[in-house]
Design a protein around this ligand. Structure first.
Ligand code: 2BA
Length: 107
């Protein structure tokens, strides 16, 4: 068994979760925050049998889209002036970790 931990854009979360659920996968959705942008994203946990892993990854891949986002970057001139300019970063589709599950129990 594998545990898929996928960090996805909050705007894609509902579509990803509903398509995973529709395909019969159990999903847990967590509200998370990216350390760099400090904006909300969504982490989806899916425990899945090995032979279904590719199906889960395909659904996440299909419904997660990358986006450009502007972040303020500041430069210091050393004379007490700080200049802020927006810098564009590309965020997502999805950042996915796949882990082996040593033991799985439902009590
Ligand atoms: P954030 O940390 O808010 O990062 C958002 C985007 O900013 C990243 O998109 C990347 O394009 C850029 N970025 C992140 N750290 C950077 C840095 N030190 N310098 C320059 N640019 C940087 P993604 O790579 O698609 O990541 C989207 C979100 O996925 C991240 O949000 C974070 O929440 C998560 N993530 C990505 N890689 C991760 C990792 N190795 N471990 C844990 N979480 C990760």
């Amino acid at each position: 068994m594998k545990m898929v931990m996928a960090i996805i854009n909050a705007d894609d979360a509902q579509t990803v979760v509903s398509n995973l659920t529709k395909s019969g996968f159990s999903v847990t959705k967590l509200a998370t925050t990216g350390g760099f942008l400090k904006t909300g994203n969504t982490t989806v946990l899916v425990g899945v049998e090995d032979d279904k892993l590719d199906d889960v990854l395909a659904i996440i891949n299909k419904h997660s889209h990358s986006r450009k986002q502007l972040v303020p970057a500041t430069s210091e001139f050393g004379i007490g002036m700080i200049h802020t300019v927006p810098v564009e970063v590309s965020v997502g589709g999805a950042t996915i970790f796949v882990m082996d599950v040593e033991r799985f129990e439902k009590i």
